[in-house]
Design a protein around this ligand. Structure first.
Ligand SMILES: [Fe+2]
Length: 282
């Protein structure tokens, strides 16, 4: 029944985001081991704004390259395929995530800022625990709350019922969302990722970011995004109505080899990273 309702919503939502075909091509190229730098360069050059973002990043102090990078092929070699993929995706979802989401009391740009924060922390944790593909963690962190862009309309309509549940029922916003609507923003986000033909482990990272213990594909990836999400909420940047701190899942901590005592240090390191975010704010 629950599933049928999500299907119904996902099927009828007019503004269900569609991935531009160019982004799909860029993702295919970056995943294909036989692709060349020229293949990727050719696709990037078709997009003026992506071209200039990539050059800006390659020439930023963050990479500290001594010589000016003035071609996309040099930038691709310097940054790597995976970073280019994250950038291309970020520049696409940026448009979907900047609008105001009144149902979640998120001002314009708030979800976007929060998502970038979560993405950067996810990548950091991935490196910290030796996870093989930090850029995948970045993408999971970036998209984990994308379901809110779709669900906003429904949450808005039921806003009083949901916030009363939070206030008087002592449940989290997520639980209230689930009780009143029958599903939560994570599940809807998972559906979007499925529609975009994302690999199953990313569908899970988004769909289960509040319930990592249910992961079957790549519990480490889901756990990384879960921990990064909780830290993002704790750091308290543009948290909106969903800003109740979600406790760290013991499953996720165990999966990543963290002790609960490690979290204080991880939160303070994440904070430092975010203060420095402007240096790679794209
Ligand atoms: Fe969430």
């Amino acid at each position: 029944m629950k599933d049928a309702r999500i299907e119904h919503i996902v099927a009828r939502v007019k503004d269900m985001p569609v991935l531009p075909s160019r982004l799909n091509r860029i993702m295919d190229i970056t995943e294909d081991p036989d692709s060349t730098v020229e293949d990727l360069e050719g696709e990037i050059l078709l997009d003026q704004s992506l071209t200039s973002r990539i050059l800006r990043l390659a020439n930023s102090a963050h990479y500290g390259y001594p010589r000016k990078i003035d071609t996309i092929s040099q930038a691709v070699i310097l940054l790597g395929f995976q970073t280019i993929k994250s950038m291309a995706l970020a520049s696409t979802v940026n448009k979907m995530m900047t609008r105001e989401l009144s149902g979640y009391a998120l001002a314009k740009d708030a979800l976007w800022t929060q998502s970038q924060t979560c993405a950067i922390i996810s990548r950091y944790i991935a490196r910290d625990v030796g996870f093989g593909n930090p850029e995948k963690a970045y993408i999971g962190g970036l998209l984990r709350d994308i379901g809110k862009t779709i669900l906003n309309h429904y949450v808005d309509k039921e806003y009083n019922a949901i916030s009363n549940r939070v206030k008087f029922g002592k449940v989290s916003f997520l639980e209230a969302e689930e009780e009143i609507l029958g599903f939560n923003h994570a599940q809807v986000g998972g559906r979007i990722a499925e529609k975009w033909n994302f690999p199953i482990e990313l569908v899970e990272a988004i769909g289960l970011h509040h319930s990592p213990e249910r992961s079957t594909e790549d519990p480490k990836l889901v756990s990384i995004v879960h921990i990064a999400d909780s830290i993002t909420m704790m750091i308290g940047i543009s948290i909106g109505a969903d800003g109740l701190t979600y406790p760290f899942s013991p499953f996720a901590l165990h999966e990543l080899g963290y002790d609960p005592k490690d979290m204080e240090q991880l939160i303070s390191r994440s904070h430092d990273l975010i203060v420095d975010m402007d240096s790679f704010n794209l």
